[in-house]
Every structure is written in C-alpha cells, then in structure tokens.
Ligand binder design. Sequence first.
Ligand SMILES: *Cc1c(COP(=O)(O)O)cnc(C)c1O
Length: 296
Amino acid sequence: MTLSLQDCRALDAQDPLRDLRDQFKLPAGVIYLDGNSLGVLPRTTAARVAQAVTDEWGEGLIRSWNSAGWFDLPQRLGDKIAPLIGAAPGEVVATDSTSINLYKVLSAALSMAAVDAPTRRVLVSERSNFPTDLYVAEALCRERGLRLHLVEPGDITAALTPDVAVLMLTHVNYRTGAMHDMPSITAAAHAAGALAVWDLAHSAGAVPVDLHGAQADFAVGCGYKYLNGGPGAPAFVWAHPRHADRKDPDIWQPLAGWWGHAAPFAFTPDYRPAAGITRYLCGTQPILSMVALECG
Ligand SMILES: *Cc1c(COP(=O)(O)O)cnc(C)c1O
C-alpha cells in the first residue's frame, strides 16, 4: 500500500491527539523528528519563565522560595512525572542531570549489594548503552574495585551469574530504538539475586512505562527529551519504596546535601536523610529551568 502526503494529512486530521500538537511551537513548515534529543518548545514556556523572572524573582525576591513554591518544585514536578513511568505520588523528584542521578542510584544500589551480598562484585550493562551511563558505571567500578561486564542485548540474561550485584540498562536504546522487556529482564535480575537500575531517557513521555508493574529497583530519566523541558532541563530520579527509606548509613546515596536532609532549615552539622525520595536531592536547584520543565 502506498501512502501519500495527502493520506498522512487526512489521517492526522482524525488523530485524537491532534490538539496536543497545537500546544507546541515549531517554525513554519518544520517536521521535527529530533524530540529524542531536544524536545520542542511548549507555547506556554516563554511567558511562564518571563513571569518567574520578573514577578517571582524581581518582586517576590527571597520570599518566593515559599510564596511561589520554588522550594517544593522537585517534588511537585516529580508528582507530574510519576504517572508517565508507573510510579506513585511522592516517589519521584525532578533534580540534577541524568548522569548525576544515575551516579546516585547506581552508587546506592552497589552499596546495598555490598551490605546485603558482599560476594557479588560485578555490574552488568549493555555495550551499546548511551556512553555517559557506561562512563558513570566505569568510574564507580574503578572506585569500588568491581568489574564492569558489558554484553550484547541478546546476552543479558545469560550474563546474570551469581557474582552480579547490579544490572543497569537503558529501556529504549538511543541509537536503534530497540526496547527491552522491562518486567521480564527485571524478574531475571531478581531471580539471579541482582538489582535492576533502569534509564528511561528515551522512554519517559514516549512509550508506556510501568516501574511498579516491573518491580524495578531504581530509575532515572531525562527532562529535555520527550518531557520538553528545554536545553539542559532537570532530570528525574525514582527509587522503589522498599529501598528509598533504608536507614543504614552505608547505603545512603553518595551526594548527601542539605536539600536531601530531614530538616534542612535546622542547619545541623550532621546529615540525617529525609524520608523517601527527597533524600536523593543534593543542593539548591535551578528554579528557572524547573519552571520551564513544568510547562513541558
Ligand atoms: C540523553 C541521555 C543521557 C543524558 O545525560 P545528561 O546527564 O543529560 O547529559 C543519559 N543517558 C541516556 C541513556 C540518554 O539517552
């Protein structure tokens, strides 16, 4: 069957998602297929960011941390991202970059394995994973004296031997578009005694994701691709509640900072992690970028 441009336009006209297209601003005549790298500009973003600068910063000044809701933006945005990835309210925060969030969750997962199963000394990932994920994993393995085992996509379950601590994968491959079966691979990792860390950079906002359905352990994802948050937008992080509240200081995420403290304005000299995913925050967040991400 051949499909003409006219046929495509006719089908577009019947598309139930058609109205959503009008919420985004593209130069006339551009058909944009690069949302996997930089999502398009929502129509509301420019005015909302201008208002945050002029009113909230310019007029509200320091009061805006509370009166404009700046301080709670990581949790508020996390709650908006949660339904896109099969997470519950209160389980996600928007913060930092994908690379940095991956460092936090991978480090926490490796620390959990070191406490719970110290004979497990291997981190498995896919050779064709996005390079920053592999570099973060390489550096962590070097620091902890672990082995990074990179395999082809078809060899993942076979690589889940009894010495594996963590399996780290990207759900949808950035180059091929191939999508892993998250529930079955996570189940295989758990059956082998390993934790499963998922990068959702190319799935959140693009395809259905169900972290709870898959019983995943940790996840991170990107704000400037399919979430249309703008260049360098904050990323997000999720930990399954069975992990997020663990008390042992040996398994804290490594970037302990005051925004992740149980009582940030008590200004105590010692760290006490906040409940749940809030402990995965580190320090002060880029509020103007957060405001833009909320429009996306
Ligand atoms: C785009 C992408 C990143 C980007 O990480 P940054 O910290 O935002 O540079 C990370 N991982 C994957 C799998 C990606 O596709």
